[in-house]
Design a protein around this ligand. Structure first.
Ligand SMILES: Nc1ncnc2c1ncn2[C@@H]1O[C@H](COP(=O)(O)OP(=O)(O)O)[C@@H](O)[C@H]1O
Ligand SMILES: [Mg+2]
Length: 235
């Protein structure tokens, strides 16, 4: 265990060591992840690729500290997540790890600007919330839609707001779960190109879970999942 922590502190942003996740108990248990080992380097770009039910979402949730492994260890910046107390874990999540989901999951009664500003506020920002939110909306090309409600945005625009909202946390790890699953292929390409450009600009570690081979093939490292196991890697 200490060896894991020491290695991870030196090299990795986040890692899973021999992680198994079971949902339910006894005979009814589903093994969503089966002894998974994965380490994420700072600034790298990774696709988690596999069919529906292969464990992609569970692995993102484990890496993000939302689901605790049944067995194994998740390491975040050198410390096993299980050794952090609740508030330290919440801080790591609020400041270090951000999510983008398939549907944009924006707060429906809040404007695009308010969605982004609220995330910056929750992440602990105070004096620069307004400027930061305006800058982020401009970065995703939506300065003209700041006052629109989510219902007044296209799918691609809503997803760009969701990306701006995630970046408002200044994440070191951005976890995207089927981020283009609801988008047509042109819009999907544009959104992914934007995430890629933002990754190069800000240097966060990017993990994209996808069942789509075309989406996965655009990323520099591809980790293939089947039935909760890593069955292949392409770098
Ligand atoms: N909350 C849950 N309770 C029970 N089973 C779950 C739960 N979440 C996922 N599973 C099961 O775990 C397996 C992996 O699911 P998931 O991680 O969502 O895969 P993917 O994202 O690749 O579709 C599937 O068999 C799924 O049915
Ligand atoms: Mg999923």
């Amino acid at each position: 265990m200490q060896g894991v922590a020491a290695t991870s502190r030196a090299q990795f942003l986040a890692a899973c060591r021999d992680v198994t996740v079971r949902y339910g108990s006894c005979e009814a248990a589903v093994i969503a992840l089966d002894q998974v080992d994965i380490a994420l380097l700072p600034g790298e770009t990774v696709a988690l690729w596999g069919p529906s039910g292969s464990g992609k979402t569970t692995l993102l949730h484990v890496l993000g500290g939302l689901v605790e492994p049944s067995d194994g260890v998740v390491v975040w910046e050198g410390s096993p997540l299980s050794t952090l107390d609740t508030s330290a874990r919440a801080r790591a999540r609020a400041r270090g790890i951000a999510y983008v989901f398939q549907g944009s999951n924006l707060l429906p009664a809040f404007s695009a600007y308010e969605n982004v500003a609220f995330a910056a506020y929750v992440a602990g920002e105070r004096s620069s919330v307004e400027r930061h939110a305006v800058e982020l909306l401009a970065l995703v090309g939506l300065q003209g839609k700041a006052d629109n409600l989510p219902a007044e945005l296209s799918g691609g625009e809503a997803q760009r707001v969701a990306i701006a909202r995630a970046l408002a946390q200044r994440p070191r790890l951005l976890l995207c779960d089927e981020p283009t699953g609801h988008l047509d292929s042109d819009t999907s390409t544009r959104v992914l190109d934007m995430v890629d450009a933002l990754q190069r600009r800000f240097g966060f570690t990017l993990v994209v879970a996808t069942h789509d081979a075309e989406v996965a093939s655009g990323l520099r490292r591809i980790v293939e999942l089947r039935d909760g196991r890593i069955v292949g890697q392409l770098t």
